[in-house]
Design a protein around this ligand. Structure first.
Ligand code: NAP
Length: 248
């Protein structure tokens, strides 16, 4: 796959799945803009891209996707610097787990504001430029939990289910401009987000995965790269489940 001359933005690229996506797209030749909420948060990601040795340009920007003014500044910077955006990957996400009867309104709002409203704000900030360019690939990182629900994650499941409706609506509105929009729904991926789960929970989950291994960030990154490539030009409004068969 050759993504040379393409420009990508990956939100939440400081670690985990986001970092792997940024590195994979850079490996395929794309110029990559990486975001974190912290200054210097994407240093390790930029170092990993530099280590590829293929001379692609990578940039780090600070953005809190839950803050409209932060997203507006991000769009201004990316579009002023690159002049366009080909691939938008809404990856930034958080969890605030708890049983529903005890879930605070703040924990519900925080998750919705980052995972769903954040993706809405970033899509809104870039979709006009994509429509004008008559090309774009929007990839929203959902979760299998958005399809099935999950005890202890009502807020997170609602945010990820909301992404499906947002993405399908965008896919319908932007198809006429050759902009596609899809969701990738990962299962259990080994990152900081899942590192805190107990060994008991992990071994129970492993039993539910037909491919008998936890997913790696690279499994998601390669699916993103596929959706960015020419081979995926006829795919829009879809949810690609990448979970080792866990939820089939
Ligand atoms: P992670 O290791 O916790 O990384 C989360 C990323 O999101 C970090 O780069 C973080 O950046 C960024 N972020 C958090 N709040 C943000 C905000 N308000 N604005 C901008 N960026 C923000 O998580 P991960 O496991 O890689 O997950 C990445 C995505 O995959 C998430 O959307 C998650 O829901 C989804 N997912 C993960 C799994 C899994 O098993 N790991 C399964 C299904 C779906 P900073 O902290 O540097 O600011």
């Amino acid at each position: 796959m050759n993504l040379t001359s393409k420009v990508a933005l990956v939100t939440g690229a400081s670690r985990g799945i986001g970092r792997a996506i940024a590195v994979e797209l850079a490996k395929q030749g794309a110029t990559v803009f990486c975001t974190s909420t912290k200054k210097g948060g994407c240093d390790a990601t930029l170092a990993a891209i530099t280590a590829l040795g293929n001379d692609v340009a990578a940039h780090a920007l600070v953005c809190d996707v839950s803050q409209p003014e932060s997203v507006a500044a991000l769009a201004k910077d990316v579009l002023a610097s690159a002049g366009k955006l080909d691939f938008l990957v809404n990856n930034a996400g958080i969890t605030r787990d708890g049983l529903f009867l005890r879930m605070s309104t703040d924990d519900f709002d925080d998750v919705i504001n980052t995972n769903l409203r954040g993706a809405f704000l970033v899509c809104k900030a870039f979709s006009r430029a994509m429509a004008k360019a008559r090309f774009g690939r929007i990839i929203n990182i959902g979760s299998v939990v958005g399809l099935s629900g999950n005890a202890g994650q009502a807020n997170y499941a609602a945010s990820k289910a909301g992404l499906l409706g947002l993405t399908k609506s965008l896919a319908q509105e932007l198809a006429g401009r050759s902009v596609t929009a899809n969701v990738i729904a990962p299962g259990f991926i080994e990152t900081d987000m899942t590192a805190g789960l107990s060994d008991d929970v992990k071994s129970e989950m492993l039993k539910m995965i037909p491919l008998s291994r936890f997913g790696q960030s690279s499994d998601i990154a390669q699916t993103v790269a596929f959706l960015c490539g020419d081979a995926a030009s006829y795919i829009t409004g879809q949810t690609l489940v990448v979970d080792g068969g866990m939820t089939m």
